[in-house]
Design a protein around this ligand. Structure first.
Ligand code: ATP
Ligand code: MG
Length: 203
């Protein structure tokens, strides 16, 4: 006889990335979107192992996964999923979202991506299914213009996050040159890069 109440849907952020290595740009973006969109949780999803990413070899999936765990461990709202790593091969966002949808059937999914990556959304041939699976949130990235990707109303939001001109490419280059990455990536990630001697021969 009580009042009929709809169960409150969980709001899950999904932050996909190579995370080679994860850096404070990723973490600030996830934190800011979680706050602005009242997300219950942000799931970081490191990509599966491609053969190559733009002519460069990507670090082993286990290293990228562990750095992502180290970087997010202290935040109770952040978690890490192995779904893309365990599926193997190159990661397609459509597979990530289908799998997460199956695992969290009744949650609202919010796919968080940098403005650079969002710009390619229209070229994804699964665009229609993608926007049916998740709400897309494009975050500003220094050096990238935040253009309206021209998707259906309500499918995409653009969010300005405090600008951090950090990229994984730059972090790898710095390590290769012997320059510090302290404060660009979390302390534990600096230690992990050193322990595993990552990025030393990055050119
Ligand atoms: P790489 O230089 O190797 O391409 P990256 O720094 O772009 O690495 P990715 O793992 O490719 O990192 O990025 C994962 C997601 O995070 C992408 O959607 C990307 O646009 C976004 N992102 C990366 N760096 C930033 C940043 N500084 N601010 C906001 N979003 C970012
Ligand atoms: Mg990138």
């Amino acid at each position: 006889m009580g009042e009929h109440t709809e169960p409150v849907k969980r709001r899950l952020g999904v932050m996909g990335g190579t995370f080679d290595p994860i850096h404070h740009g990723h973490l600030v973006a996830a934190s800011e979107v979680a706050s602005q969109f009242h997300l219950d949780e942000v799931i970081f999803v490191p990509t599966g192992q491609p053969w190559q990413k733009s002519h460069k070899t990507v670090s082993p999936a286990e290293d990228r996964y562990l750095m992502t765990v180290i970087a997010t461990a202290s935040n109770p709202q952040f978690s890490v999923s192995r779904i893309d790593i365990d599926r193997g091969g190159k990661t397609y966002t459509i597979d990530t979202l289908r799998d997460l949808r199956a695992l969290h059937g009744d949650a609202d999914l919010f796919f968080i991506t940098g403005a650079d990556a969002l710009g390619q959304i229209l070229t994804w041939h699964d665009a229609e299914e993608l926007v049916s699976l998740a709400h897309f949130i494009g975050v500003t990235r220094p050096g990238h213009v935040l253009a309206d990707p021209g998707l259906p109303d309500g499918a995409v939001s653009l969010v300005e996050v405090p600008a951090l001109a950090i990229s994984s490419t730059d972090c790898r280059a710095r390590v290769a040159q012997g320059d510090p990455v302290w404060y660009l990536v979390p302390d534990g990630v600096v230690r992990y890069i050193d322990k595993k001697q990552l990025y030393r021969d990055n050119g």
